[in-house]
Design a protein around this ligand. Sequence first.
Ligand SMILES: Cc1cc2nc3c(=O)[nH]c(=O)nc-3n(C[C@H](O)[C@H](O)[C@H](O)COP(=O)(O)OP(=O)(O)OC[C@H]3O[C@@H](n4cnc5c(N)ncnc54)[C@H](O)[C@@H]3O)c2cc1C
Length: 383
Amino acid sequence: MPLSFPPWNDEHEMLRKTVRDFTESRLTPHRYEWDKARSFPVREVFKEMGELGLLGIRFPEEYGGLGLDWWYTTAYVEELCKSLNGGVIMSTLVQTDMATPVVAEIGTPEQCEEFLVPVIKGEYIAALGITEPGAGSDVANITTTATKDGSDYIINGAKTYITNASVADFIVLAVRTGDEGHFGISLVLFPTNTPGFSVGRKLDKLGTHSIDSSEIHFDNCRIPQRYLLGQENAAFIHIMKNFQGERLVAALMGTAGMEIQLADCIEYGKTRQAFGRPIGKFQVWKHKFAEHLTSTAAAKLLTYRAVDALNNLDDATLYVSQAKLHVADLAQKVAYDCLQFHGGYGYVEEYDICRAYRDVRLLPIGGGTSEVMKEIIAKWSGL
Ligand SMILES: Cc1cc2nc3c(=O)[nH]c(=O)nc-3n(C[C@H](O)[C@H](O)[C@H](O)COP(=O)(O)OP(=O)(O)OC[C@H]3O[C@@H](n4cnc5c(N)ncnc54)[C@H](O)[C@@H]3O)c2cc1C
């Protein structure tokens, strides 16, 4: 039965078609090759996406964005997931939905002109630098410092797991400008051509192979104070708000991934034979997939509720956290069974489920772990 919620209309469909056509022609055919090469032509891809208007869906029109809402982002993420390559999806979503929304939200007009406009055009690549070797879930504990010196900040410290780090033109960087704890943290716009900045080890990861997540180092890096985003020592709340969008797109990636994997299994089950019949006809699998299709539909509605909340509420934290938690954990079970259904072929790189099984493991970790989601949900529920 078609849903009246979400409010899909012809304009959403137009955006979907643009993303789908681009994804299916430019990204999907290279999924295996780019994963194996452990890189993809990110600058070229972003330039093309910029020309198609896909890199600024919710950003203000005055900076070249489309000024649309989270339903359009939903359509964009769902179609982008048809690239079947977690690294490409992650890298692109860092550019559009993880690193840059906070710039649009609290950046000055000058900062938006200098950083957001080229991001939307696909001329600049963005990264988000929050996590440190000693502070991941515990963001309030970061130790990378920005110390005032005349009209500049001098930055010292290190970050790790930073997606897009080796290709980024700038990093939206969390730094300590004040006392210990939540209220000593600021955000700065950090150009990666600043002397003293270096990219360290590219981490040898379980999945998302097409893009690097790297260690980065800051050794007496001097940037002008005009690159401070928002108020000094007041960034924690903006980082947490920005996380809501990051977690929502993670949930959207998870639901889209499950739908794709299940549809793939339904087709595979029609052709692969065992004991004289298509394996999809074994009742054990029919029932398993019936359960997964039902759970995925429920997870999608939970995620769409979070989309609706982000569009309409001042604070969507509870809804976003519930969607991220539920989808990330369900996606592990679905990917496990979809791989199992492929038998030995599921363990072979040419089959998409092999890559998806690796990539999906990031969902309960990145952007806030499942345990952290439970902490947030408990707090919001008065526990
Ligand atoms: C591939 C990849 C890409 C990434 N990209 C980026 C990026 O671009 N930018 C960026 O800034 N970061 C990035 N990250 C970092 C990511 O956000 C962190 O890994 C994540 O927030 C968890 O932090 P941590 O790894 O330090 O784990 P820790 O915080 O050390 O957690 C370890 C374990 O302890 C648990 N734990 C921690 N606190 C609690 C608690 N209060 N209650 C119960 N359990 C708890 C966690 O759930 C986890 O199971 C990336 C990570 C990966 C793996």
